[in-house]
Write a protein that binds this ligand. Structure first.
Ligand code: AGP
Length: 613
């Protein structure tokens, strides 16, 4: 998804914006541009390609000045090109815009403007915004009011930032719906605007998050937030704990490898302050969960997309097994189209690293519309999913930069485990001994994860053996069936190898026809209630000539004679095993993709946060 950075203050905006855009590179993009105001004029540099192309343009034809805005674009309307790259300039040459989202009614707006003589220079929906603003300015309105009128006319979800050469002392920005965030960073005698926190962390940790249908007029020493109809808003100022160093790669080649190895720390952090080992209790205060609310629940829908959905599949097992509440995992992009049965006894629990995934937010809104209680498990503090929830659990993993999610997959597994225990405790459906045991098992997690990360050299050897494969099957059962899906997704999204996760028990109903000597089969066979079933699965795959890579529990003597390769995990309580068994699969996908020389952190066609439907 696109990245936005804006600056207003005494310093030259160009380096601040270019560095800020670099911190947003992970969001995926195909063109970039920057606009500044100097001497009453707007100067723009923009082109298709990556930020190094933009830096080359700025170097060859220098610009400097303040205020300024910059953008990295992931094309939705109009191919990646200089003419379609943001920023877009109005025909007067006095107003410029950068934009995240889609103007869903841009064709009719453009037709109206063209019938009044406005020429359009690009194929983008975004240009409609700046031409509309100029259309309103022509009636005598200043930038803020012209922008306000424009924001009311455009449909869809947007993050928008505007500059006017005639009003160089201010930046106007707005958030409408869920097209990614608009964050205002508060400096000393200077202010920043961005679509995501990492872009401004070098300058400030004090931020304001615009809510949907809010706009702000930002000068170097003031921020005025109001609703689109002009009602003043007194926004909350958040202080972000992250620092920009933690968003750097450290000693790792890629963010993804760093984040795989960060899971000891991130899982420790997701437990922090939430587990009372002495009392055998779980505390999730941001959920605002009371005993009566807990007893009032008769259905939980977990809604999510991609990797987050697979975390939710594990959550379904945990909530039903521990809390005995009917629970379904619903794919975010499907949920709102099946007229789900929801009432005041229903909880819709969203899982989202970014908290800005449009399909997940739309599923939450469907839940809200039908009277459900909304909860969310999110990583991005201040994200839309978090802000529209009645209660939330922060993943607390720190920034996840790699597009392929790793630590933001294992954190919600543990968050849902804790949630299930809390619900069971409040509903009185768990005995004290069981509760103490489940809580006590959480203490094992950081060490178990640390031990399995030590198997990386063995994983690299298997990655080398598999680096040229074209297909791969992942098989799992029970609580680890979702891990088969997740392992397959990790491989396909960063190595571009066709990989498929499957419930192992389903193989005999057709897919086993796929297995031959060219089909590696990754079998998840830890010591869990489905272990013996997986043994026979391995035998079935071997009998058809398949290459079997088994993930097994240390000390298991049955598997080595059956499998071609074995990756070991330490003995793990089965309800926590998904968070451990996924790690060799994360490392395997990473090393295969790295051996293939691919862009592991920014795979082709993907974005870190999918804020379009
Ligand atoms: C997973 O590796 C992908 N990046 C993708 O499936 C992701 O999990 C999905 O888009 C959901 O994103 P979210 O967690 O930010 O909502």
């Amino acid at each position: 998804m696109c990245g936005i950075v804006g600056y207003i203050g005494p310093r030259d905006a160009v380096p601040i914006i270019l560095n800020g855009l670099k911190r947003l590179e992970y969001r995926g993009y195909d063109s970039a541009g920057i606009a500044i105001i100097k001497g009453g004029e707007i100067k723009i540099r923009r082109d298709a390609g990556k930020l190094n192309r933009l830096a080359e343009l700025v170097h060859n034809s220098p610009i400097s000045g303040t205020p300024g805005i910059g953008h990295t674009r992931w094309a939705t309307h109009g191919v990646p090109s200089a003419r379609n790259a943001h920023p877009h300039l109005g025909n007067s040459g006095k107003v410029v815009v950068v934009h995240n989202g889609i103007v869903e009614n841009f064709l009719e707006l453009r037709d109206e403007l063209m019938s009044e003589g406005t020429d359009f220079k690009s194929d983008t929906d975004t240009e409609t915004i700046v031409q509309l603003v100029e259309h309103h300015q022509a009636t005598g309105l200043l930038l803020a009011d012209a922008a306000r009128n424009t924001f009311k006319q455009i449909q869809g979800a947007h993050g928008i930032v505007l500059l006017s050469a005639d009003e160089p002392d201010r930046i106007v920005c707005a958030r409408i719906g869920n097209a990614g965030g608009v964050v205002i960073g508060l400096g000393e005698g200077e202010n920043f605007i961005a679509s995501d926190i990492p872009a401004i962390l070098d300058h400030t940790r004090k931020v304001i998050f615009l809510e949907s249908h809010q706009m702000a007029i930002v000068t170097s020493d003031s921020v005025r937030v109001e609703t689109l109809d002009g009602t003043p808003v007194n926004p909350q100022v958040h202080t972000i704990a992250w620092n920009s160093v933690s968003a750097e790669k450290g000693e790792y080649r890629h963010f993804m490898q760093k984040e795989i190895h960060e899971q000891v720390r991130s899982l420790t952090d997701t437990l922090a302050g939430r587990v009372d080992f002495k009392a055998g209790k779980i505390r999730l205060p941001e959920l605002n969960l009371t005993p009566e609310l807990a007893r009032n629940i008769n259905k939980i829908y977990i809604v999510a997309c991609g990797t987050a959905a697979y975390a939710g599949m594990v959550g379904k097992y945990l909530v039903e097994k521990i809390a005995r509440i009917p629970c379904e995992l619903e794919i975010g992009s499907e949920f709102r189209y099946r007229d789900p049965i929801i009432d005041s006894h229903t909880v819709v629990l969203a899982i989202s690293q970014s908290g800005e995934t449009a399909d997940t937010l739309a599923a939450m809104e469907e839940g809200r519309r039908k009277g459900a209680t909304l909860w969310s498990i999110v990583n991005a503090i201040g994200s839309q999913a978090m802000r529209i929830s009645d209660g939330f659990i922060a993943m607390q993993t720190g920034p996840e930069i790699g597009v392929a999610s790793t630590k933001a997959f294992t954190a919600p597994l543990i968050d849902q485990y804790m949630l299930a225990i809390l619900l069971a405790d409040l509903r009185g459906v768990i005995d004290t001994k069981t509760r103490f045991q489940l809580v006590s098992d959480l203490r094992l997690i950081p060490d178990l994860v640390s031990r399995v990360l030590n198997s990386e050299p063995e994983v690299e050897k298997i990655a080398y053996a598999l680096k040229d494969i074209r297909d791969c099957l992942y098989l799992g059962r029970g609580i680890n069936m979702p891990i088969a899906y997740e392992g397959a997704l990790k491989l396909k999204e960063i190595s571009y190898i066709h990989a498929e996760g499957y419930p192992a028990g389903e193989m005999k109903h057709g897919p086993i026809a796929l297995i031959d000597e060219n089909m590696p089969v990754i079998c998840l066979a830890p010591k869990d209630p489905w272990h013996d079933k997986m043994i026979s699965q391995i035998q079935q795959a071997k009998a058809r000539g398949g290459i079997v890579i088994a993930i097994a529990t240390e000390g298991d003597e049955l598997i080595p004679p059956l499998a071609d390769h074995v990756l070991w995990i330490p003995e793990t309580p089965w309800m926590l095993s998904p968070a451990v068994i996924v790690i060799p699969l994360q490392m395997l996908a990473y090393h295969i993709a790295a051996l293939r020389g691919l862009d592991v952190d920014q795979p082709r066609n993907l974005a870190k946060s999918v804020t379009v439907e």
